[in-house]
Design a protein around this ligand. Structure first.
Ligand code: PEP
Ligand code: MN
Length: 341
């Protein structure tokens, strides 16, 4: 971290500032220029609040030169992390997976949808039993009964189950039921007690990007889980809120290569919530595959018009099957070695 000190600062003020930093356990490197003085702050600067420094009268501005995230940072862990989701399904490090299923678990139709997505090539089953709805009057999910249905379907089809946990008090329940991947929804991306609680398990976590979260903030959320001891984190781009109203969210396809560059964690894309409309989901899924996503999460429903949540963005099993064939072709195109001319 570098603090730029105003040229008007006296030597005494500068010495006082340097001492203030060093008293907090950091080393400093002062370089005096003609117009300004740079104070390099060396050590674990994640422990310093740059705003405190900027609030000091003699400080012009503060610049970070290294990222505030450590455990998720590719600089300290150059190899891709591979997350083992159970049932022999790995994500990351060249392992590509498709997670599919309904937005919410609604009852006995789950197993039919699960069989259809598996037949089309999906390798993981999704479905919400505890639903984070914007309105308290909307369908809130089946709760524990929904978890039972998911686990039965996952067991029958030998597929890992991905399902959202909203409350830190439910984490133990999810673990005891054997949920394979706990999803943190966009609305909980900065629910720090939840992130910490998930960090105290070893169950893989699918961490969705908050709708107004910057890429760095998403990685800091991952850091919360990892700093408690759970390194099995997957990051998910699911669209962000912008001024655009033609789609439910704006799919930030840039985030995929940026996250792969900054972190070693698997990067997942959700084209369903990114777009919000069935007619656009496949195009976003293809873009995500081409941009190097390690996995896709796609909502599929046997009768979208009757779905209890997110029917407007669900693919039918037939549409999903069609998408899967093209996704496989795109994945091959972007991963195949190119022969020298
Ligand atoms: C979901 O996956 O159904 C969901 C609610 O997603 P998000 O948290 O991304 O809105
Ligand atoms: Mn949904």
């Amino acid at each position: 971290m570098i603090a730029v000190v105003k040229s008007s600062a006296t030597t005494e003020q500068l010495d006082h500032f340097v001492k203030w930093i060093e008293d907090r356990g950091f080393r400093t490197n002062v370089s005096q220029g003609d117009n300004e003085t740079l104070v390099g702050i060396i050590g674990d600067t994640t422990r310093i609040d740059p705003f405190i420094l900027e609030s000091m009268d003699l400080v012009e501005r503060v610049q970070r030169v290294s990222e505030p995230f450590k455990l998720a940072n590719r600089k300290f862990h150059p190899e891709d992390t591979v997350v083992d989701c159970g049932h022999g399904v790995l994500v990351g490090g060249g392992n590509f997976q498709v997670i599919a299923g309904p937005c919410s678990v609604e009852g006995e139709n789950l197993i039919g949808i699960a069989r259809a997505v598996k037949a089309a090539g999906a390798t993981m089953l999704r479905g919400g039993a505890f639903k984070p709805r914007t309105s308290p009057y909307s369908y809130q999910g089946m709760g524990e009964k929904g978890l039972d249905l998911l686990m039965e379907a996952g067991g029958e089809l030998d597929m890992p189950v991905v399902t959202e946990v909203m409350d830190p008090r439910d984490v133990e329940l999810f673990v005891s039921r054997g949920v394979d991947v706990m999803q943190v929804g966009a609305r909980n991306a900065q629910n720090f007690p939840l992130l910490r609680e998930l960090g105290r398990t070893q169950t893989p976590v699918l961490l969705k990007r908050g709708m107004s979260q910057t890429i760095d903030e998403l990685v800091m959320s991952a850091e919360y889980v990892m700093s408690e001891g759970n390194a099995n984190v997957m990051l998910c781009e699911r669209g962000i809120r912008t001024f655009e109203t033609r789609t439910r969210n704006t799919f930030d396809v840039n985030a995929l290569p940026v996250l792969r560059h900054l972190t070693h964690l698997p990067v997942v894309a959700d084209p369903s919530h990114s777009t919000g409309y069935t007619r656009y989901v496949r195009a976003a899924a293809y873009a995500a595959t081409a941009a190097g996503a390690d996995a896709l999460e796609i909502e599929v429903h046997d009768c979208p018009s009757q779905a209890w949540s997110d029917g407007a963005q669900a693919l039918t099993p037939e549409q999903f099957g069609d998408a899967m064939r093209r996704i496989a072709l795109i994945r091959d195109a972007v991963t195949a070695p190119i022969e020298e001319a």
